[in-house]
Design a protein around this ligand. Sequence first.
Ligand SMILES: [Zn+2]
Length: 86
Amino acid sequence: MPTSICKACARLMKEKEDFPRGNFDSDYCASCVDHKGNLKPRDIIRVNMIRYRVNNTGVSEEEAAEIVDNLMRSLPAWNKPKTPTT
Ligand SMILES: [Zn+2]
């Protein structure tokens, strides 16, 4: 089973359900694309990432927003021009 990191939200994708429609070649996880396989708008993904951190790590929404904004700056989907992946 391949493992990769979502290029839009940095989520670790390792289960079949983590990949959109079981597509292991996808750069993005199942929660970052719509039913057609297109990347969702940045704002929607950002809100999901913030909510995830508030629910799972107990940080405040303000703290989570700061973490997410910093994280998104380094993610290939939002960071143009492309940075080389290591
Ligand atoms: Zn994602």
